[in-house]
Design a protein around this ligand. Structure first.
Ligand code: URA
Length: 271
C-alpha cells in the first residue's frame, strides 16, 4: 500500500495509482508500474515511506533571539525584526519593479521553521494575493512539501524577488541585488536547518553562479559567509511543463530529506 504522503505527491505529479476494476468498492491503491519504476530509480535509503515525520518547529527561543544581529549601515533591514522588515519591504522602491507590482510578496510560513524554500519571484497569482507560491506551481510545491512530511505552514517559503517581474520575465541581476538584503534577513531570522533553492533561477541567484541546475543538484552548497547548507530542486512550474523530469524531482526530495536528517543528527554535510 502506498504511503499517503507519497501517494499525494505522485497524484499531484499526475502519476495515478490504479484500483482493481474487479473490486466493487475502491480498494487501497496498489503501486503500478510507474511507481515501481520510481522506486527503482531512487536510492533505497532513505525510502520516503520510511521517513519519519519530523516536527518542522524547533524547541527553544525564537530564532531571532539566537541569531546575532549584524547591523549594516548600508542596509537597514539587516537589523530589523519581522514586522519592521515586512513593513520596509512593503514600501520598497529600490528597483523598477515597484512601478508595476500590485503589492509586494514577502514570505509565508513558520518563522521558526527548519526548512526554508526559496523560489525565484512572484507570478501573477502571487502578485494578486500577496503570498508566494499560490498558483498551480504552488499547489505542486505544497504536494512536494507534504511528501517530505510537512504542511505548508510548517516550513517557510520566500522568493529571491519580492515583486513580480512584468510578464514573468527572469529577474534582472540588479533587481536581485537590491532585494538581496531582505532575503538575507529573512534567512537569518528563520535560521533554518536546510535551505532549498526552488529552481534554476533561484539557485543561480543565491549561489551567484551560472552553473546549470543539472550540475547544482545532488550536492550540498554553502550559502553566504555563514555557510548555511543549501540544496537545489527542480521548480514545480518547470515540472508542470516537463513531466519527463518528475522522477528527478523525486530524487531531489529524497536527497534533501537525507541531507536534512544528517544535519539534524549533527553530521557534517559540507565538503
Ligand atoms: N514561482 C516562484 O518562483 N515563486 C512564486 O512565488 C511563484 C511561482
Amino acid at each position: 500500500m502506498l504511503d499517503s504522503r507519497r501517494k499525494a505527491y505522485l497524484e499531484a505529479l499526475g502519476i495515478v495509482a490504479y484500483v482493481r476494476r474487479s473490486q466493487a468498492t475502491p480498494a487501497a491503491p496498489e503501486p503500478d508500474a510507474v511507481v515501481e519504476a520510481l522506486d527503482k530509480a531512487v536510492p533505497a535509503e532513505p525510502a520516503l515511506g520510511a521517513l519519519e515525520v519530523h516536527s518542522a518547529r524547533r524547541a527553544g527561543p525564537p530564532a531571532a533571539e539566537r541569531v546575532p544581529l549584524v547591523p549594516s549601515e548600508a542596509r537597514p533591514e539587516a537589523a530589523l525584526d519581522w514586522e519592521p522588515l515586512r513593513a520596509l519591504v512593503s514600501t520598497c522602491t529600490r528597483c523598477v519593479l515597484h512601478e508595476t507590482r500590485t503589492q509586494t510578496v514577502f514570505g509565508v510560513g513558520d518563522v521558526r521553521a527548519r526548512w526554508m524554500f526559496i523560489g525565484e519571484a512572484p507570478g501573477a497569482d502571487e502578485d494578486r494575493q500577496g503570498e508566494p507560491f499560490v498558483g498551480r506551481a504552488g499547489q505542486l510545491l505544497n504536494s512536494m512539501i507534504k511528501a517530505l512530511g510537512y504542511a505548508r505552514d510548517e516550513v517557510y517559503i520566500a522568493n529571491v524577488l519580492k515583486c513580480r517581474p512584468p510578464g514573468n520575465r527572469d529577474p534582472r541581476p540588479e533587481e536581485a541585488r537590491e532585494c538581496r538584503g531582505y532575503l538575507e534577513r529573512q534567512i537569518e531570522l528563520v535560521s533554518p536547518t536546510l535551505i532549498v533553492a526552488v529552481g534554476r533561477i533561484a539557485a543561480q541567484s543565491l549561489l551567484a553562479t551560472d552553473t546549470s541546475l543539472a550540475r547544482l543538484r545532488g550536492r550540498v552548497h554553502a550559502l553566504g559567509e555563514q555557510r548555511r547548507p543549501l540544496v537545489v530542486m527542480y521548480h514545480p512550474a518547470y515540472l508542470l511543463r516537463t513531466p519527463s523530469d518528475k522522477r528527478k524531482a523525486w530524487q531531489d526530495l529524497l536527497y534533501a530529506q537525507a541531507v536534512f536528517r544528517r544535519l539534524e543528527a549533527g553530521e557534517a554535510v559540507l565538503e
